[in-house]
Design a protein around this ligand. Sequence first.
Ligand SMILES: [Fe+2]
Length: 313
Amino acid sequence: MTDINFNIQPSELSEVDKLNFKDVWEKYNLDILGHFFPKYQNRQDTDLEKKGFYMGEINEDEVSSVKEIIDKNTSKSKFINDSDINYVHTNFKELGLEEAYNRDSKFFEQNLLLQNSINEILERIKNNIADQIGSPWRNLMTRFWETENTAKNENMYSWHTDGMPHEFFKIMLYFNVLNRDNGSLQLKNSDKEIILESNSPGSFVLFKNSMVFHKGLPPQKNNVKRYACEITISRAFNFFIDSADAGNNAHYPIAPWVKALTLNNLNDSNYKKKLKIKNIFNKNEINKNYFNKLDDKQKELVFLVSKIRNLKS
Ligand SMILES: [Fe+2]
């Protein structure tokens, strides 16, 4: 696993701070902002600061590559209580919301090819995002789902903020032309309600997800699917943009030094009892049935990654 280069280490914190993870995220965030201030002096003049969101384009090739992987190589994944134990998470089943989430949003498994195609987009836009937030950033977790016009105006499709500490942001990647027919995102800026619209094949939106009221807009047209990929990020001393699957009911790492470690879930016997294991050992593998549908370049990638994994173990 890549070492994370940042100043605060657990050993440097007082006993009290070690348990107060919210404060630790705040210190971590301020440390980074201070460090990068000379390089990003215009941070206060950005769209993110002035409007609460920043929008850019996802091009035709990127959209078709992601859609092809979804069509040919990706299964659906039930929205269940499968969070990495190192993450702050919600037990939606206990709240009686699990059924509604599965009814309105169909989540995708995050296989190697899908993660790779998302990582390529993030690599292209990483500096635009850094200019907005005033530092490099880390991808804390990724989720991907589709929505049809049957989705009810509840939960993520009604007005809300995400209720996370303000050190976190979200990047949404949309793989549709954004309008009422195809679905979009609606945001409140001061008193104005804005529906994001764009003629480009896809769009990305960075926004302050816990400060700005927002709601997902399902498509209004029949037989249209709105494809949304959500990236939860924080500031960081270096770029760590690769997708991390921390489970669909996860929100953000409890402490800044934690990364998604799937197998850590298995160390806690209480958690294990409650957990519904969802192919936990092969989350990043390509389903055997799909392998023959891969093109040569994709097969090469799968072999390469398997080789790297074998080297590690
Ligand atoms: Fe939200």
